[in-house]
Design a protein around this ligand. Structure first.
Ligand code: HEM
Length: 455
């Protein structure tokens, strides 16, 4: 049976392997795609002394995603970095711990619960529209920053039952400015050859510490409140409530530090990918004015004088807006790979054979559909169009992203709101738009002008 050592390997450095090439430029996914073209759908890279399998083979990806939490798990080195930061939660938990956290998270993120939480999203959408309305039409808007504050505000409400009021405070210092640092610190530490942070703190580590301390204080306050309310048999209204209720109902004890970790984990998972997704949607809408015009025609039909969809029923009628969100995820996946690890000795399909994979081997699963994305054409997602390859952008199997419905609603609300109220133009006065990957792929240097066309 072939082993990982038999897989083709791009040229790398003697001791450091492919780590430096992957870290270069902050666009690891592009390097992995480039190597895929040269070395085929399954190849290996060396990360220090260990080899990792990189694969786009859908049979391998589906098997690895499905066989959790038993045979495969999230890569231990990623999980350890998150734990050391005090952010242990659903994304990196395993076994029974994961089952418990998942059980508390899923109900609040179901379509039915999100229908109830719609008012929260409408409130944040209104705030963002008002903020953009106050700007000058020729002013450059750093949309990614605004969208990060939006997604944080929404996930903060759903997770903590607390209004972080982040959208209306773009300049003000606060948690909303510092929380995004956590994801970049996770990634910096993940790829660091040495755990330098145990010996000294870089300025970015110190800023992350202060973000975590501030988040910890807020969550501890909310945790005390949730304990009181859940002990009085109130119904849970947010993720933290559900965690507390589960523990009071006889589940595992939930200490304050467990609650802080679980909430921080959810805030980061809920903030980054969705903000990246909508920022890419804005980029594509600005680049394809005919798509933007079509969205505008559809929102005019469905919304009329309403500034944006105010209820789930109006949103459900905007199928073209949904197609724009899906096309954005296809062309610009915010989460282009998942890093997994074999929890035991096993084998995965390899053409007509099987590939032996030893316990501890890292597998990097490339989630794009492996085809050139080509033109941005939302029509391919409308009923009656030729089928598109199944999307794995939200993962799969038992750990499929629990936030996918929320992400779709947020994206649709924002795409509808922006096109219904503004004409979006790309501002390239500071150079072209680039990209950078931390835990998500973000556009860099994305500035737009928002020209209001409704009062
Ligand atoms: C466009 C937006 C999003 C994308 C592309 C995305 C993508 C993903 C992917 C690829 C995974 C890994 C799935 C797996 O291991 O099979 C994941 C997991 C996860 N996502 Fe999302 N996500 C998005 C939005 C959200 C939102 C809004 C939330 C917040 C509720 C969220 C919370 C999570 C959590 C907690 C996990 C870990 C689940 C588990 O391991 O059981 N995500 N997401």
């Amino acid at each position: 049976m072939p082993t990982v050592a038999d897989l083709p390997e791009p040229p790398g450095l003697p001791v450091l392997g492919h780590g430096p090439a992957l870290a270069r430029g902050g666009t690891m996914h592009r390097t992995l795609y480039r190597w895929r073209k040269q070395f085929g759908s399954t190849y290996r890279v060396r990360l220090g002394p260990a080899s990792a399998v990189v694969t786009s083979a859908t049979d391998v990806i589906d098997m690895v995603l499905r066989e959790r939490p038993g045979t495969f798990r999230r890569a231990g080195y990623l999980s350890d970095v998150i734990d050391e930061l005090g952010g242990h939660g659903l994304f990196n938990a395993e076994g029974d711990d994961w089952r418990r956290l998942r059980r508390s998270a899923v109900p609040g993120l179901s379509v039915a619960s999100l229908r109830d939480a719609f008012a929260t999203m409408v409130r944040s959408t209104g705030r963002l529209r008002d903020q953009w309305k106050t700007g000058r039409p020729d002013e450059r808007v750093e949309v990614l920053d605004d969208l990060m504050r939006y997604t944080l505000e929404v996930i903060g409400s759903l997770t903590l039952g607390h209004d972080l009021d982040a959208v209306r405070r773009p300049q003000e210092d606060g948690l909303h400015q510092r929380l995004p640092l956590i994801a970049s610190t996770v990634v910096r530490r993940m790829y660091s050859p040495l755990p330098y942070w145990r010996l000294f703190r870089l300025p970015a580590d110190r800023r992350t510490d202060s973000a975590l301390a501030e988040a910890g204080e807020l969550i501890a306050e909310r945790y005390a409140d949730a304990r009181q309310r859940m002990s009085a048999s109130e119904a849970p209204t947010c993720y933290l409530d559900s965690l507390v209720k589960d523990s009071l109902d006889g589940g595992e004890p939930l200490m304050e530090r467990d609650a802080v970790g679980a909430v921080v984990n959810m805030l980061v998972a809920g903030e980054d990918n969705t903000a990246a997704q909508v920022a890419w949607a804005m980029y594509h809408l600005a680049s394809y004015p005919e798509v933007q015009a079509k969205v505008r025609a559809k929102t005019a039909d469905v919304l009329g004088d309403q500034p944006f969809p105010a209820d789930a029923a109006s949103l459900a009628r905007l199928s073209y807006v949904e197609a724009v969100a899906k096309e954005t995820t296809r062309v610009s996946p915010p989460s282009p790979y998942i890093i997994m690890e074999a929890a035991e000795d096993t084998a995965v399909p390899h053409g007509t054979e099987s590939l032996r994979v030893d316990a501890g081997t890292v597998l990097i699963l490339l989630l794009d559909d492996g085809t050139e994305p080509g033109q941005f054409r939302p029509e391919r997602h409308l009923p009656g169009a030729a089928p598109v390859p199944a999307s794995r952008q939200f993962g799969g199997g038992p750990r499929l992203c629990p936030g996918r419905n929320l992400a779709l609603i947020e994206s649709m609300l924002l795409i509808a709101m922006v096109c219904h109220n503004f004409t979006i133009e790309l501002d390239t006065s500071r150079g072209p738009v680039g990209e950078r990957v931390t835990l998500s792929v973000f556009p860099t240097n994305l500035g737009v002008r928002l020209r209001p066309h409704r009062s």
